[in-house]
Design a protein around this ligand. Sequence first.
Ligand code: UDP
Length: 481
Amino acid sequence: MDSSKLHALILSSPGMGHLIPILQLGESLVNHHNFEVTILVLTTPSSAESQLLYPPTGPKLFNIIELPPVDVSGLLDPDAKVVTQLAVMMREARPGIQSAISAMKQEPTVFIVDLFGTEALEIANEFDMSKYVYIPSTAWFAALTAYCQVLDKEVKGQYVDQKEPLRLPGCKALRPEDVVDPMLDRNDQMYPEYVRMGIQLNFSDGVLLNTWEDLEPTSLKALRENEDLLSVLKVPVYPIGPLRRPPEAAGSRIELLEWLDMQPSESVIYVSFGSAGTLSAEQITEVAWGLELSQQRFVWVVRPPIEGTVDGSYFTAGNVPDGTPDYLPDGFLTRTHKMGIVIPMWAPQVVILSHPSVGGFLSHCGWNSTLESITNGVPMIAWPLYAEQKMNATMLTEELGVAVRPKELPAKKVVGREEIEKMIRTVMEYKEGEAIRERVKELKHSAEKALSKDGSSYGSLCEAIEDSKIRLPSRKAKSSQ
Ligand code: UDP
């Protein structure tokens, strides 16, 4: 290990949607800022996670430490939600993190955790590291997370039952139906966990955000200048995005690439609900019919139906599928085999979205997926399912103008085939979708500008790195004693 380099230790909470942005941050620190990076991961990686952590080709960018598994079975209700499960797992992982750092030959200088890792921030003090939280999401979401401790006192009853939007100082107010999952039920354990995470952002030296100045000027200004927000988030924010990953190896999906190569430019709609998203059997049928009626070419990542939940594959994301899907409408695969490709479970999403023949994305609006779409200039159909995705969908449709969304989701349980057909045609071909198609290309350029050497996000990460060096003198003094 090169001791002249700064050494970042980055802790990822479980889940592909959490690991991917952590790896992107690590990559950026290694490739553009001359860092040594060690990634700490919890849980045994799935096959897709292993591919990301240990790519078979290319240079080895990081040291990876797999933390010992934690047994949380005795600590969780059988019906504990994903957020609660993650919070408890990360809490129980702390002794393993301490041991891992103690065993490292060269102690890291900077400790970075994601939102689920805020309880581990105190470990940084023991080892004299600077400490940062990386929220791979929007500034608007960060403002809500920090401000939830105030809403907790001000708002009576359930958030979802409020008649008025929730006030977020200096930011766009939040419609009650758009609140994040942990705020859906204040009596559920995930709610106090979420409020706690917002409070603990202040245990860090700063918060890194996967957004950029021109994308969210209002929320970023509020986080920096609004007195009410500053009284709850006292550390600086650094918009460093959009961090992107390069197209992944297509692996066994060569036939998919060959098929995409044969399609006209921007003629294919890509349909995927993230790493965890699942639909009901009835909804899968409607999506299938919607695709067929739209007569557009498509690539659809499908998962077996699960009733009553929308993040049903969180802990199994990237697992290898077994057999062809038998839950699609009778004859669908035969009727559409020239028009589209159905991929069970997991697809090389960045390869697909960066292919010139892809012209639309029906997405659950996870922030990684959203950024992958925007940075490839692909307009979206916003179909939020869980986490902060309803906020993202609102931002994409009402503020940024790069997406359409179903009229009554999520209140309405099933979106019908005609509405799906219309949304697909709007994004792909109708004149009324032209503005959306143009706007997303503008945002693509704005993202490129932010990431360039004299861009705002590059500068913001440089600033965070400079600020992080504050603890270095005391370490040097210690080591020379
Ligand atoms: N992803 C992928 N293939 C899939 C589904 C998802 O590569 O079939 C990747 C996607 O490119 C993104 C991440 O998984 O980088 C999902 O993150 P996001 O924030 O969009 O949603 P989450 O899964 O966290 O809900």
